[in-house]
Design a binder for this molecule. Structure first.
Ligand code: AMP
Length: 380
């Protein structure tokens, strides 16, 4: 019996545990919170990721370790990797934790990126904005997610405000300035690389964010085939350079038909949740296959799928459950403003049928603004 250890016990760990059950896997999830939602589906070890005694107990009870949370301290991941196989490797995790290291790697690999510059002081902010230009975004290098730790700069007067908001972080997690990209569309490539180097990518996914948080994903994205192939080639180059093992996402902006990389997530990703019902093999199952050294499953789409995120509180499930191809995911979390508490996936055999179901479900839930851009993309 193989036990997979997962550092972080949120909805990603929960969905990994659910995907692993048919494979006969056992799990141990470690989280700092006693009510971490993966604990409803797998044994939970409560402990701090920096606590060696807790990490030692975790290591003694698992055969292989992975993450649902990319901000596990890289030193903890390294300490663990001396005791038990850890995938993805701690060096890949360290690169993905730092926006500056990540963007520098993208550039080295020839993956186009928005202009960027690092910032370590107030004078450094002036110099960085002079190089990158306005409008731009000041972001923390580490520990930012879902648009947190970001400040948009539109005019010179915003520099003081941005420094007031984030300057204190310069000495702690570091700062980076990035050019603001007036994108037509955001995409992600969710991909997986096995221990033997085998690489597979799911079809390109189109994503819509609200206040920096993912709201809806559509796959396959209604995008030219050449764009999808380019995005997948970037993901493959990245995975090979990092000797990456497991599933990951590469987030991209598309402007004037050209791709610019934003960031990578070194784990299964919210924009890949549609793969549970919408692909031959889900990102969760393939991540487990990868870290266990098993053959990867096919990543082909089964028709068309749209995922809708539920933020703050769960809506009424009935319109989704009553819809053809409607699937419901409640993460078992207490409602809280801004919190990802669940999602729904709608799947159909073709784009027109998916657009019709989406419009119907959106109207029944009073969520027309959330579904409208997806329906428009499907109908374009
Ligand atoms: P991030 O935490 O970097 O993934 O940012 C969250 C969201 O903020 C992205 O998905 C975009 O919608 C938006 N965003 C981040 N960086 C930029 C940028 N350089 N230009 C335009 N929008 C951005």
């Amino acid at each position: 019996m193989t036990t997979v250890g997962i550092l972080g016990g949120g909805q990603l760990a929960r969905m990994l545990a659910l995907a692993g059950a048919p494979l006969g896997l056992r799990f141990l999830v470690m989280d700092t919170a006693a009510d971490a939602c993966a604990g409803q589906c797998a044994p939970l070890l409560v402990g701090d990721y920096r606590d060696e005694a807790a990490l030692a107990e975790f290591a003694s009870r698992v055969d292989v370790a992975t993450f649902d949370f990319e901000n596990v301290p890289a030193e903890s991941a390294r300490w663990l990797s001396e005791r038990v196989p850890v995938f993805p490797n701690p060096d890949a995790l360290a690169v993905a934790q730092d926006r500056l290291a990540e963007k520098t790697l993208f550039r080295d690999l020839g993956i186009p990126v928005p202009a960027f510059a690092d910032v370590d002081s107030r004078a450094g902010l002036d110099a960085a904005v002079a190089r990158v230009g306005l409008p731009c975004i000041l972001k923390t290098r580490r520990l930012g997610y879902d648009g947190k730790g970001q400040f948009r700069l539109r005019e010179p007067a915003d520099l003081d405000r941005a420094w007031d908001a984030l300057g204190a972080q310069a000495g702690k997690v570091g700062l980076i300035v990035e050019a603001f990209v007036p994108f037509e569309r955001e995409y992600s490539v969710v991909a997986v690389r096995g221990r033997d180097g085998a690489f597979r990518a799911w079809p390109l996914t189109a994503n819509w964010h609200v206040d920096g948080v993912l709201s809806a994903s559509l796959a396959p994205a209604a995008a030219p085939g050449a764009l999808a192939r380019e995005a997948q080639a970037h993901a493959c180059a990245l995975a090979e350079r990092l000797d990456y093992v497991g599933a990951f996402a590469l987030e991209l902006f598309c402007r004037d038909g050209r791709l610019l990389a934003n960031e990578m997530a070194p784990r299964v990703h919210n924009s890949g949740h549609w793969t549970i019902e919408g692909a031959e093999t889900s990102q969760f199952e393939n991540h487990l296959r990868a870290v266990l050294g098993l053959p990867l499953g096919a990543t082909d789409a089964r028709g068309n799928a749209c995922m809708l995120n539920w933020i703050g509180a769960m809506p009424d499930p009935l319109p989704v459950l009553a819809a053809s191809g409607g699937h419901w995911h409640d993460y078992g979390k207490a409602p809280r403003e801004g919190r990802k508490v669940g999602h729904a996936t709608l799947r159909a055999d073709d784009a027109a049928a998916l657009a019709a179901t989406l419009a119907q479900v959106g109207a029944a839930l009073g969520r027309e603004p959330q579904v409208a851009p997806v329906v428009a993309a499907l109908s374009a």
